[in-house]
Design a protein around this ligand. Structure first.
Ligand code: KIV
Length: 273
């Protein structure tokens, strides 16, 4: 037997059980081994190796320049530091433009230790989602504000405010659930739409700027430490947990986890009404 104490591994069934039991869970981005270790030992259940690394690490003004090679490098780093969190990896811009390409790109990140991959988009991803799931690759669908589509959206704005858009988003979320998506991530939508989609889907829903009613919450790690690059205006849904921490970074990560689990975060000031 190993002399190391056993680390509890979070899995997709763990998150489904949390949803059934009404227990909230916390997610954060990480891009390297040290932060993956700090975050996972602070009790964060899901680590996202996000293509936001293009903006917070590489200094780009969007996520579009991030490549599959970049994701592979950071995915390997996070895998080495992680202590039991579920690791989700972003498929970067144009790495899943066709069904065949989505299988190849996802396989690359799964070989680095990802437990599931995240794809931005709606119903057009139904077939890729089905193919990936059938081949043993769980999928997180990312809807609402999808940063890889920034040029089509015309800005980082709240999505689904108009009733027709809200109905379409709910319908497309259900299509992706039916296609086998294991998780839905909802970014920047009004609180009422976040609540409705969470209630109507049976898979766990993770929110960022989607109000307090989603099953889990996620933030870009740099944002919750107050170190957003000066070129980026921190969005309304961001809270810096570092100033209140009495135990540095680890205290901030633990405070975030507690605030999410107790439902204190996000508050009304972080929510689109
Ligand atoms: O890439 C990322 O960090 C993300 C979050 C904004 C959810 O997709």
């Amino acid at each position: 037997m190993s002399s190391q104490s056993a680390v509890k591994q979070i899995s997709l069934p763990t998150l489904s059980r949390y949803k059934r039991d009404g227990k909230k869970f916390a997610a954060l981005t990480a891009y390297d081994a040290l932060f993956a270790e700090l975050i996972s030992t602070a009790g964060v259940e899901v680590i996202l190796v996000g293509d936001s690394l293009g903006m917070v690490l590489q200094g780009h003004d969007s996520t579009l320049p991030v490549t599959l090679d970049d994701m592979e490098y950071h995915m390997n780093c996070v895998h080495r530091g992680n202590k039991g969190a579920l690791i989700m990896a972003d498929l970067p811009f144009m790495s899943y433009a066709s069904e065949g390409q989505s299988l190849e790109s996802a396989a690359t990140l799964m070989r680095c230790g990802a437990h599931l991959v995240k794809l931005e988009g709606g119903a057009w991803l139904a077939e890729s989602t089905r193919l990936l799931c059938e081949r043993g690759i769980p999928v997180c669908a990312h809807m609402g504000l999808t940063p890889q589509s920034i040029n089509r959206l015309g800005g980082y704005r709240v999505q689904g405010r108009n009733p027709d858009q809200a109905v379409t988003m709910l319908e497309e979320a259900k299509i992706l659930e039916d296609s086998g998506a294991a998780i839905l991530l909802l970014e920047c939508v009004p609180e009422s739409l976040g609540a409705q989609i969470t209630q109507e889907l049976s898979i766990p829903v993770i929110g960022i700027g989607a109000g307090p009613h989603t099953d889990g919450q996620i933030m870009v790690m740099h944002d919750m430490l107050g170190i957003t690059p000066s070129s980026i205006r921190p969005p309304k849904f961001v809270k810096n947990f570092l100033p209140e921490s009495k135990n540095g970074l680890q205290g901030a990560f633990q405070a975030y986890v507690e605030a999410v689990k107790s439902g204190v975060f996000p508050g009304p000031e972080h929510t689109f009404h």
